[in-house]
Structures are given as C-alpha cells and as structure tokens.
Design a protein around this ligand. Structure first.
Ligand SMILES: NC(=O)C1=CN([C@@H]2O[C@H](COP(=O)(O)OP(=O)(O)OC[C@H]3O[C@@H](n4cnc5c(N)ncnc54)[C@H](OP(=O)(O)O)[C@@H]3O)[C@@H](O)[C@H]2O)C=CC1
Ligand SMILES: CC(=O)N[C@@H](CCC(=O)OP(=O)(O)O)C(=O)O
Length: 334
C-alpha cells in the first residue's frame, strides 16, 4: 500500500483526487490537509463535497508544517496554488516522497518563465531541471523514474494531445501558427470565491488574450509557436478546444486518421472520433480526452474535449501515479 497525503484536499481538484485515491486498491489516504488559516479546517470533507458522503468522511486538517504529515508517507499530491506547491514540493522530496504537483510550479524548466508569467521568483532551478512533465501519453518512460511530476495545465493537456502527434510527424505547415480557441467552465478557476467567477458575472468571454501563462507552457513542450485564446463560459466544468492548423501540401485526412490511431489507439484515456467531433457533455465527470477532426484542402480543424478537473488535473495526476508505480494506467479512474 502506498501511503498517500492529499494537500489542498478541499479544492475542486483535491476533492477529485480524494475519490480516486480512496478507490485505488494500492493507495491509502494518510491525511487530507488545507492551509493553517483555512475556513474549512476541521470540517469533514464530505460536508464540503457531499458526493463523498459515506465514502470518505475524513476531516480536513490545518497544516502549518507539512513535515508533521510526512511520516511514513510514500506519495504526496499537491492540489495547491503555484506558490504553495513551489514551497512544499522540496520538503516532500527531502522526506523521500514521490510528489505529483497539479500546479504550474514545476512545468517549465526556465526560471525566467516564472518571473514573467507567474509573478514570483523561482527558488528551485534544480527541481525545475529534475521535474518530469506529466503529459501521461507522451512521457511514460520518464514518469516511471520520476520523483517530482509536474502535472500539465488543463488547457495544455488537450492542446498538446491534439497537436503533438501532428507536429512530431511533420504534417503541419508551421508558418501558420496553430490557433487554439479554448473554452472552459468556471471550476477551472478553483473553488475560492471571486467576483469575476460569480454567477451573474460569467457569460462567455475571452481572457488572457496573448498573455495567458498556458501559451508558453504549450509552445515550450510542443517546440512550436501557437496562438492560444482561452474563454470563460457559464458552465461548471469541462474544456472544449477548437484548434485550426494548416497542413503541409499533400497531407490527407486518411494520413491524419492513421497518425492519431497509431499514436493513441492503445492509449485508454484518449478517445478518437472516427466521424464528427466531440461534445463537452460526453467527457464531463470522466477521465478522458476526446479528439476528433475535419480536413478541407490544406486546412485542419481538431476538436478536443476533457473535464478540466479530471484529464485536465486529478485524473491525469492519478494516471501518472499509476504509470510511476506500475499499475494499470486506468486504475481507479474508470
Ligand atoms: N481547477 C482546475 O481546472 C485545474 C487546476 N489546476 C491546478 O491545481 C491546483 C489546485 O486547483 P483547484 O483545485 O482548482 O484550486 P482550489 O482553489 O479549488 O483549491 C486549492 C486548495 O488548496 C488549499 N490551500 C491553500 N493554501 C494552502 C496551503 N498553504 N497549504 C495547504 N493547502 C492550501 C485550499 O484550501 P484553503 O484555502 O481553505 O486552505 C484548497 O483546498 C492549482 O495549482 C491549479 O492551478 C490544474 C489543472 C486544472
Ligand atoms: C477558467 C480558468 O480560470 N482557468 C484557469 C486555468 C486552470 C489550470 O489548469 O491551470 P493551472 O494549473 O495552470 O493554474 C486559468 O485560466 O487560470
């Protein structure tokens, strides 16, 4: 049994991890923690997230010093804000734990990126170099050896799963940067109340135009520039990305279909559409990324959907953990 600590368990991604870890046959929850000053300290997780009632009724423990929670712990999931993960991950690693960080704190091996896009000075260049990027379908071998896994952002997961095979197979004319138009539900912004995320404020609007931190995350890991425009829409969860690209002359629909099948045919958490394109409702609550596409002449449109809290966060973290420890990739997820 892997003794497993979930930090930030009261949040949206944390609560999903609680479900997954609880039903994992080889994992055991040691504690669920929140910040020392949390309004939810001492509350039962299932009072906050009643879907867990009768399944996990553990308390949320206030945490001022994480070392008090690390005795005998094998695995730590950090479902915390970037700066919090940045500070906690080194402590967990020093205690010998394998760390799955859902934040952006270790995703890009470039301290200047954090200064510019995250607004803080990264203190752990060594860990940036050591962290394995947890795009699970692509980093299987590195994940098996990893101590620190940086689980990708929600938008970057769907974008990279769609574009990486095409770019690696040299099928795109990258003189036209792929254009990723992405729409997310409000849970993408986390559980904390904010005016910009409140019911009457949210409609449908682009944000972070030309400056969202996921643009450089996507471009760095793809090794190609992209235009990325996120939109916030008035539904609770899910992401749909419509990605427009130009094909190299002569590339056909059949070649793209073959490429996606070769790449993901044996990957259980990516579902390919033979016909048509996916809709959000078919992935919400599920750990998949669904991908469909259409071609007209040299133009390609790929559509990808996922649940931002699952394949975009908690499910991918668990998928990485399954790979890391040699369990079936879908263990506890399906
Ligand atoms: N929501 C999404 O779709 C996705 C989120 N992510 C990333 O995952 C992480 C979690 O996101 P999300 O679940 O949405 O966030 P939430 O805001 O919903 O949850 C954050 C959690 O962290 C806790 N927390 C805050 N400060 C500390 C601290 N110092 N020590 C311990 N716990 C703390 C909060 O509790 P309290 O404040 O009460 O202490 C809460 O439990 C973030 O880094 C986010 O960027 C990644 C992909 C998708
Ligand atoms: C709707 C919404 O606000 N979404 C978040 C993305 C959440 C996520 O995946 O991202 P990180 O882990 O990189 O923070 C945003 O745009 O900041």
């Amino acid at each position: 049994m892997l003794n497993t600590l979930i930090v930030g368990a009261s949040g949206y991604a944390g609560a999903e991890l609680v479900t997954y870890v609880n039903r994992h046959p080889h994992m055991n929850i040691t504690a669920l923690t929140v910040s020392a000053q949390s309004n939810d300290a001492g509350k039962c997780i299932s009072d906050l997230h009643p879907q867990l009632k009768g399944i996990v009724d553990l308390p949320l423990q206030p945490m001022s010093d994480i070392t008090e929670f690390l005795d005998g712990v094998d695995v730590v999931f950090l479902a915390t804000a970037h700066e919090v993960s940045h500070d906690l991950a080194p402590v967990c690693l020093a205690a010998g734990c394998v760390v799955f960080d859902l934040s952006g704190a270790f995703r890009v091996n470039d301290p200047a990126f954090y200064e510019k896009f995250y607004g803080f000075t990264h203190q752990h260049a060594d860990l940036l170099a050591q962290a394995v990027y947890g795009l699970a379908e692509w980093n299987h071998d590195k994940l098996k050896e990893a101590q620190l896994i940086a689980v990708p952002g929600c938008y970057p997961t769907a974008a990279q799963l769609s574009l990486k095979p095409l770019i690696d197979a040299d099928m795109l004319d990258l003189n036209q940067w792929p254009v990723i138009n992405a729409t997310s539900g409000v849970s993408g912004a986390g559980r904390k109340a904010a005016l910009s995320n409140s019911f009457c404020e949210v409609s449908l609007q682009p944000y972070g135009v030309f400056n969202h931190r996921h643009q450089p995350e996507i471009a760095t890991h793809l090794g190609a520039d992209v235009i990325f425009t996120p939109h916030l829409a008035s539904f609770p969860r899910g992401i749909l990305e419509t990605i427009t690209c130009r094909l190299k002359p002569g590339v056909t629909q059949a070649q793209i279909a073959d490429l996606f099948k070769q790449t993901y045919g044996n990957k259980p958490l990516v579902r390919l559409y033979d016909k048509g394109v996916p809709a959000l409702k078919n992935v919400v609550g599920l750990p998949f990324c669904d991908i469909g596409f259409a071609v007209q002449g040299e133009h390609l449109i790929v559509v990808a959907t996922e649940d931002n809290l699952l394949k975009g966060a908690a499910a991918q973290a668990m998928q990485c953990a399954n790979i890391r420890f040699g369990y079936a990739e879908t263990q506890s997820l399906i």
